[in-house]
Ligand binder design. Structure first.
Ligand code: SF4
Length: 489
């Protein structure tokens, strides 16, 4: 099975989306809808857990939300007024059901279910110590360290045990957890991954993005603040902030690529429309990297808002030069090399009548390995483009992410290996231009990047990681994780 989408193969991939509902008799059905809206954040597996007042129920499955959670019998088997769910990509190289979330455990203090978006950057060190003390891990997911830290904490109340656990982990986490008492949603002190709160007919909702609130008809209430725990029980909603105040650094890539364009990223006071920011990035890109051309063509779908911004700023007409089929599944069984090659065109094809003889500006959101850019530039040339100029709506991606985003190891990133001229030669473009890091901050409404206290995490561009990286090297971490898992599972 190979992907038929040549453009999504070579992207940074958000690894998870979370959604939780407290206080609705349709909790599981709402979670299924919310996960539908978050499907772009993780397409390899999905799961929902519910609490019916007596026991927990969980259903986890490989594949999309649709097909797994649009069946009445499955939703009926997840009764109760509290439920949480998760969509994921594989993080540790293993796509196995045992890693699909929510993870659940029966603790001495009662049942505990957890859905996690992010990555615990010191998971390996914590896991090693827990295993030495006798913990037996059931998965190879970094999320399981939360469960074992809660289980082994010597504090008395479940909340204190939970806070004790959070204080030991480093990295990124937006969590939606369930206990027999209620729901706890929280973000790490730097607020790296998003989490918002909404309300629907008296029910409290948590979601990775506002689009999921829209889809279930909920009203946006506020963002869960960095370092905040929001606890929802029969006694009401309360907020706990157990960490020392920290300078938040939410992920800048949410604005560039991860979040859906119809979401609002709500970490700034006014909230920023992802669509508007992407258009502003495109406009800034045009100011910084002008070129004489006949058409601005977006690389579908994520390059579209930035391409509109580029076209409006430059005055060059915006045209759909690459047409996407909506009827091709994510994968396609391809028996031979020749058919495999043709399969790439099933999903996206050049609009030859438009492109032939034209000078084309292609706009994409990022370059990761560069293999996608090479194919698209060639697609434009095959369709008769006289010149192909590539413009990228983010700075060069030179560093791996350790905060819950699937990045190739650093040596495989094209921008780590080559300068812009070398990258241009590699992808055979007539010119190549990236938005600058300060230009990206300007598109977000800042005057520039504050180098001493950056407003966002931008480590994949700058290498300026906001946390200490205990388990520094990504491939080494994964290897060790797998080895450890094989020994203990
Ligand atoms: Fe986001 Fe990049 Fe930071 Fe990862 S390293 S959290 S992708 S900005």
């Amino acid at each position: 099975m190979l992907t038929t989408n040549p453009f999504e193969d070579d992207k940074l991939r958000e690894e998870c989306g979370v959604f939780g509902v407290w206080g609705s008799e349709s909790a599981s059905a709402l979670v299924a809808l919310g996960l539908h809206a978050l499907q772009h954040r993780g397409q390899e597996a999905a799961g929902i857990s519910s609490w019916d007042g007596h026991q927990f129920h969980t259903h986890r499955a490989m594949g999309h939300v649709a097909g797994n959670f649009d069946r009445d019998d499955i939703i009926r088997a997840l009764p109760g007024s509290m439920a949480c769910g998760h969509v994921r990509y594989a993080t540790t190289g293993e796509t196995a059901l045992r890693n699909v979330q929510p993870l659940y455990a029966d603790l001495a203090s009662g049942g505990f279910a957890i859905a996690h978006n992010g990555n615990v950057s010191n998971a390996m060190a914590i896991k090693r110590e827990l295993v030495r003390r006798g913990s037996i891990f059931q998965s190879t997911s970094d999320t399981e360290v939360f469960i074992h830290l809660v289980a082994t904490s010597t504090y008395r109340t479940l909340l204190d045990k939970f806070v004790d656990a959070l204080k030991q982990v480093e990295g990124a986490y937006s969590l939606v957890c369930m206990t027999t008492e209620g729901m706890v949603a929280c973000r790490d002190p730097l607020g790296i991954r998003p989490l918002v709160m909404g309300e629907l007919n008296g029910a409290t909702i948590f979601a990775s993005e506002t689009v999921a609130l829209d889809v279930v008809g909920a009203t946006y209430v506020r963002t869960v603040e960095p370092g905040e725990l929001v606890i929802v029980t029969a006694s009401g909603v309360r907020s706990v902030k157990p960490f020392p105040a920290a300078h938040a650094r939410p992920c800048i890539f949410e604005h560039v690529y991860f979040s859906r364009p119809d979401s609002i990223v709500a970490d700034s006071a006014q909230g920023l429309s992802v669509y508007d920011v992407r258009k502003a990035i495109g406009a800034q890109l045009a100011i910084e990297n002008p070129v004489e051309a006949d058409l601005v063509v977006p690389v579908p779908d994520s390059g579209t808002p930035a391409a509109i911004g580029y076209a409006q700023q430059s005055g060059i007409p915006f045209e759909l030069g690459i047409i996407r089929s909506h009827y091709v599944g994510r994968t396609f069984i391809q028996p031979g090399d020749q058919v495999r090659h043709l399969g790439v065109k099933l999903k996206h094809n050049a609009n030859r009548a438009l492109i032939a003889g034209k000078r084309v500006v292609l706009v994409d959101d990022s370059i990761v390995r560069g293999t996608t850019s090479l194919k698209i530039v060639q697609m434009m040339r095959d369709a008769g483009a006289s010149e192909v100029h590539l413009r990228i709506a983010s700075p060069p991606t030179r560093h791996s992410c350790f905060y819950g985003v699937d990045t190739p190891e650093r040596t495989k990133l094209l921008a780590h290996k080559l300068d812009v001229g070398g990258m241009q030669d590699f992808i055979h473009a007539d010119s190549l231009g990236f938005i600058s890091i300060d230009g990206l901050y300007r598109a977000l409404g800042e005057t520039q990047r504050a180098d001493i206290r950056p407003q966002y995490c931008d480590a994949c561009f700058t290498g300026d990681y906001p946390t200490r990286l205990t388990d520094q090297d990504d491939s080494a971490v994964e290897d060790q994780f797998e080895m450890l898992a094989e020994r203990v599972v």
